[in-house]
Design a protein around this ligand. Structure first.
Ligand SMILES: NC(=O)c1ccc[n+]([C@@H]2O[C@H](COP(=O)([O-])OP(=O)(O)OC[C@H]3O[C@@H](n4cnc5c(N)ncnc54)[C@H](O)[C@@H]3O)[C@@H](O)[C@H]2O)c1
Length: 285
């Protein structure tokens, strides 16, 4: 199936990034946010990001203008009706995502493929909210989406070969390396990454080393581009906690049981970069 128009639902860190990636790849993008203010903020954020790329001579002004002209920010879900592919990237909460899939199934054309950018939640649960479980899959981008090379394409047990081929083709035209994975919590990357991140919080909470030294150790000792605590702040501590909870719910493996300190930080509203405070204080920067 050929994809021309892509819908993106959710105006957070990932929704904005995916919209930018798809628009740069030449797709028409309909970006749906619940409020006009956030919809406008997303377009402003995209303008800023593209302006920086022009400044750094990564793209030409004409490419920036063409890219912006392909993006339309809307608040009405019904505006997604004619999209060939809709990618939802709203909060990592299963009941909320299931409700959205019911609504998307109602408003979108029969042929539309509905994809989720979930990090860990069961794709089949969302698929079964719709009358088109063969046209549902996961398209899991990484953060920041414009920079990260990977997309995990997730096959639920109901997903058709055609849907997988379309999703994989879409990811590849966005210049991403697409890997195929079955619908199992955490897919490949987060199933392997999150025990490590969780254990970094455990070390920090136990006072084994400072946050700076934990991060410096993993950067210098393993050649990782960022340390685990800085990475948790980038991902968002609320999203990270939801990921660990979903992994634990599926596998009951103690490595996935969120360290209590992480839960307390989320309760306190310390969500990382997006709230200005996490393991590091971003308000001071
Ligand atoms: N942060 C990451 O590093 C990362 C990486 C890959 C995938 N993801 C996945 O992407 C999705 C979004 O994560 P994010 O980091 O962009 O989160 P975020 O907190 O930045 O944004 C979440 C968005 O969901 C919206 N939202 C909240 N409740 C809603 C509702 N009831 N209906 C509709 N929209 C609602 C919010 O307004 C916000 O725009 C999640 O499924 C997450 O697991 C996140």
């Amino acid at each position: 199936m050929s994809v021309k128009r892509v819908g993106v639902v959710g105006s957070g860190i990932m929704g904005s990034g995916i919209a930018e990636v798809a628009a740069k790849a030449g797709y028409e993008v309909v970006l749906r946010s619940r409020g006009q203010a956030t919809a406008d903020a997303m377009v402003a954020g995209l303008e800023k990001s593209l302006a920086k790329q022009v400044e750094k001579a990564k793209i030409e002004e004409a490419e920036r203008d063409a890219c912006l002209s392909r993006v339309r920010a809307v608040t009405d879900l019904g505006e997604l009706a004619e999209c060939d592919l809709v990618i939802e990237s709203i909060v990592e909460d299963l009941p909320t995502k299931k409700h959205l899939f019911t609504e998307l199934d109602r408003v979108c054309g029969d042929a539309t493929i509905l994809a989720t950018n979930t990090s860990t939640l069961p794709v089949i649960e969302m698929a079964m909210e719709t009358g088109r479980p063969d046209r549902i899959c996961g398209v899991h981008f990484f953060n920041p989406a414009p920079m990260m090379a990977l997309v995990e394409v997730v096959r639920a047990i109901t997903t058709s070969d055609e849907t997988i081929a379309t999703a994989k083709g879409f990811a590849e035209t966005c210049d991403k390396n697409a890997v195929l994975v079955k619908d199992q919590a955490g897919f490949i990357v987060n199933a392997l990454l999150f025990p490590y991140l969780n254990n970094a919080v455990r070390l920090y909470d136990a006072g084994v080393a400072t946050r700076e030294d934990i991060d410096a150790a993993m950067q210098g000792g393993c050649n990782f581009p960022m340390g685990p605590l800085a990475l948790l702040d980038l991902v968002g501590l609320d999203t990270s906690l939801s990921i660990l909870d979903a992994l634990y719910a599926e596998f009951r493996d103690p490595n996935y049981a969120a360290v209590p300190a992480l839960r307390r930080m989320v309760t306190a509203g310390q969500l990382g970069r997006k709230s200005g405070m996490g393991f590091y204080d971003y308000a001071k920067k």
